[in-house]
Design a protein around this ligand. Structure first.
Ligand code: ADP
Ligand code: MG
Length: 713
């Protein structure tokens, strides 16, 4: 009969605390026969019923009767004698829970058996260190045989093995972990060898995962302690087991599983090979499956950083990322605080997200070289999903089925990992700016996503962004600049803003009325080509103490650094009074549904006007996508502000024309307005202005012909 480990109920009993009862309990626990009888004579199942006998005081009874809870103090007084009762367990049911409800995947049994075999080998190694006379004459390796005909799964190790007592204690007792005890003993002896970090087992339930797949399980084992006998332990997983002495048993442990009919796939070499590779590839001992070595790639992260060759990194990267390219950046680090981590991270050469599907997170979580979570979404923030790698941490809290427990250690791990990754990219950028810029061309979109979503690391991410600008060459990765570059190389130290222009093409930016004055004043303008860029600058708002300001915004229009010098004024320029008059006239002509107001500005040169306070082209595109462009058409465009350049010949012309031919002057003003919308990239549909343009052309052509005639006459 299997024994459940009822010692774990001791703390509960201690909390109740009568001396007699504790002694009684100890007595009970030290008598295996009593334990077994108690278990066999079960009358109810685990945790359901607790037979605490208590007497309640009358106050408590009254409180209960009046349906209120008096939570000021605990007023209840125990008057009777306390009796201690143990939780009783229905072993068969407990086994059933452990075997069938603990793990979400049946294949986990492979991981558990390999982990146990690796622990047994590790323990042997440790014992051999202390006792040199223990020599099994066998290699420290794990062998697995699967056989479809026999429908068997066999695993053998030449590790420490088990004595009869250990068999009963470890396999005959649910939730008793020999490995945990081994570790505790080592901790007591203050041994600082690496064994401590390598022992995987701790919960004492992993072995029972074999019950998910096996109809019969046989364990042959012989302890490595000289003079030990061999044993055969068998069970059908139904609540009892047998043990018998056996001959011809090798030192170590061999487990033979007769697979259930619905688990035949675990007799397939192909299937088992992929399960081993998935969970246990990095276990520290060779694993052979039907005589072929499975784990050919080492757990690089456990090795000394300086001893690893680029070739090894390449092989490791390709294995974990399931990729064929080479890593372009590699980060290998270990930390001890705030949490112990060993990790290797890689940036691939390319990513496949361009094909549409978002890529899966690329970092897997390991604990003591055993996979806990493949492609874990919890380690790096989603925008760093392009990074591939492994993280191994002994500190992460696991539940009994070795899955992750959600708690604050995990969020600390996330914190550390995100900061490390961002710092790493920054270091790479400083090391080789050209290479980094090339990386940015491929992966920049992820960092921009981060700038919009990760408020906590905004600063670090903003340092990683790269831009084209009015002072860089077109599409030159070498030339792209960072925000630090922008700030550091500004000519006028009074400039407290980072100017940018959202533009679909570089050529539009260079021909834009908005950038003209910036070129004149030698102020650099960042060119932002993608829709997401607008969200990036809106989220960042500032870099260091510099505000992001769009060159086509009203803030830019009012920057004193951008005013035209008075030396540039000409004699026939309109006076301020005349200019304001003209502005008012244009405002009235266009009407309030078109413009909120018309301002005079002297920063423009070759353009008669620009619009301000217009919606951004990216925003407009988004709205169209959300609402459908047909519906957008039915909504009138919201009025903008017009900024006119009174010194432009067209404006001077309108000023004269508005007295003599107000209709024509109005038509020209309307056209100038549409041109300004067009330059800002927010004109709804240029087709709407064709009729007016044709009319204006007609007038121009006629006038020219008229003049021609006069000249000839
Ligand atoms: P855990 O590994 O968490 O301790 P398991 O249920 O997997 O729990 O195993 C229970 C115990 O059985 C182990 O701690 C170990 O003492 C013993 N054991 C299991 N497999 C082997 C093995 N292959 N060789 C030696 N001892 C083993
Ligand atoms: Mg185990």
């Amino acid at each position: 009969m299997f024994k459940p480990l009822i010692r774990s109920s001791l703390p509960l009993v201690k909390a109740v605390g009568s001396k007699t009862s504790r002694r009684q309990l100890k007595l009970l626990l030290s008598t295996p026969a009593v334990c077994r009888t108690a278990t066999a004579a079960t009358s109810f199942s685990v945790g359901k019923n607790i037979l605490w006998s208590r007497s309640y005081s009358t106050e408590a009874a009254e409180a209960a009767a009046s349906n209120t809870v008096d939570n000021k103090d605990e007023q209840e007084v125990i008057t009777g004698t306390e009796e201690v009762h143990e939780f009783k367990t229905e072993t068969k049911r407990l086994l059933d829970i452990v075997a069938n409800s603990l793990y979400s995947e049946k294949e986990i049994f492979v991981r558990e058996l390999i982990s146990n075999a690796a622990d047994a080998l590790e323990k042997l190694r440790q014992v051999q260190n202390v006792q040199s006379d223990i020599n099994t004459g066998k290699p420290l390796e794990i062998r697995i045989e699967v056989n479809k005909e026999k429908n068997q799964f066999i695993i053998q190790d030449f590790g420490i093995g088990m004595t009869l007592d250990e068999l009963n204690e470890n396999l005959g007792t649910i939730a008793s972990s020999g490995s945990k005890k081994f570790l505790e003993k080592m901790n007591d002896s203050n041994d600082d060898s690496s064994t401590k970090d390598n022992i995987i087992g701790q919960f004492g339930v992993g072995f029972y995962s074999t019950f998910m797949v096996g109809s019969k399980i046989k364990v042959y084992t012989k302890s490595a302690i000289p003079g030990s006998k061999g044993y055969c332990w068998t069970t059908d997983g139904q609540g009892s087991y047998t043990v018998a002495e056996a001959d011809h048993v090798s030192v170590g442990t061999k487990i033979v599983i007769e697979l259930r009919d619905d688990c035949k796939s675990y007799a397939s070499q192909l299937e088992v090979d992929s399960i081993i590779k998935k969970y246990s590839n990095f276990v520290g001992f060779p694993i052979y499956l039907n005589e072929q070595k499975v784990n050919t790639v080492d757990a690089l992260w456990t090795k000394d950083r300086n001893s690893i060759t680029p070739e090894q990194h390449k092989e490791f990267y390709r294995f974990i990322a399931n990729a064929w390219d080479d890593p372009q950046f590699t980060l290998h680090f270990k930390t001890d605080s705030p949490i112990s981590i060993s990790s290797i991270l890689y940036v691939p050469e390319r990513h496949m997200e361009v094909l549409g599907e978002p890529i899966k997170p690329g970092v897997s979580l390991y604990s003591r070289k055993v996979l806990i979570q493949p492609n874990s979404a919890g380690i790096l923030p989603p925008y760093l999903r392009f990074i591939k790698g492994v993280v191994d941490s002994e500190d992460i809290p696991l539940n009994v089925s070795r899955e992750l427990l959600q708690d604050n250690i995990l969020s600390r791990l996330r914190q550390v990992m995100a900061s490390k990754a961002l710092k790493w990219l920054d270091t790479e950028a400083k090391k080789d700016p050209k290479k980094y810029n090339e990386f940015f061309m491929e992966f920049g979109q992820f960092l921009k996503e981060g700038a919009c979503t990760d408020a906590m690391h905004k600063r670090e991410i903003s340092k990683l962004l790269r831009f084209e600008s009015s002072k860089t060459k077109a599409s030159s990765t070498e030339d792209m600049i960072s925000l630090d570059d922008y700030v550091n190389r500004r000519k006028n130290k009074d400039q407290k803003r980072i100017y940018y222009l959202l533009t679909p093409k570089r050529r539009y930016a260079e021909e834009s009325p908005y950038t003209e004055i910036f070129t004149k004043k030698d102020i650099e303008v960042l060119y932002l080509y993608e829709t997401v860029d607008e969200f990036v600058v809106n989220h960042l708002k500032t870099f260091q103490d510099y505000d992001f300001v769009a060159v086509d915004s009203p803030e830019a229009a009012s920057d004193p650094l951008l005013v035209k010098a008075s030396s540039e004024q000409q004699n026939d320029d309109l006076s301020d009074i005349d200019a304001n008059d003209l502005a008012l006239w244009i405002q009235n002509s266009l009407g309030p549904s078109v413009v909120k107001g018309v301002n005079v500005s002297r920063r423009l040169s070759s353009f008669p006007a620009v619009v301000l306070e217009h919606e951004s082209p990216a925003m407009k595109k988004m709205m169209e996508m959300m609402q459908g462009s047909a519906r957008m058409d039915t909504m009138p465009p919201s009025p903008t502000r017009l900024e006119i350049n009174p010194d432009h010949p067209v404006m001077k012309g309108i000023n004269k024309l508005r007295q003599d031919n107000p209709d024509l002057a109005k038509m020209v003003a309307e056209q100038i307005y549409d041109n300004a919308l067009c330059a800002a990239g927010v004109l709804d549909d240029p087709r709407s202005m064709i009729t007016r343009l044709n009319k204006l052309l007609e007038i121009t052509v006629n006038q020219a012909a008229e003049q021609d005639k006069k000249v000839k006459v």
